[in-house]
Design a protein around this ligand. Structure first.
Ligand code: ZN
Length: 95
């Protein structure tokens, strides 16, 4: 199934894409959200929405991004790790 991700190919750190813009270093997925959708309010973070097919933390497809609170993002992060572990087990069984 195609993910539709637009994976950033520039600089990365901690798995996220970074870019220098107007004299500051930005996380690319936050910057593209602000350029296309407007400023991100304080305390909010940008989530890569797995339910829309997003699998890269470096993804800058705004259709895959959503503004969420930090607690909501942490909850989804926990779900993400559990799904990765399940996938790793499935591959072992097929080998
Ligand atoms: Zn994506």
């Amino acid at each position: 199934m195609p993910s539709g991700c637009l994976a950033w190919t520039g600089a990365t750190n901690n798995g996220y894409g970074y870019i220098s813009y107007k004299g500051k270093v930005h996380r690319v997925h936050r910057l593209i959200w602000e350029l296309e959708c407007g400023p991100i309010r304080g305390g909010l973070t940008i989530d890569h929405v797995q339910a829309r097919g997003c699998i890269y933390k470096t993804c800058i497809n705004v259709e895959h991004l959503e503004v969420v609170s930090r607690s909501e993002n942490a909850r989804r992060g926990a779900l993400h790790r559990w799904q990765l572990l399940r996938e790793a087990q499935r591959v072992r069984q097929e080998a």
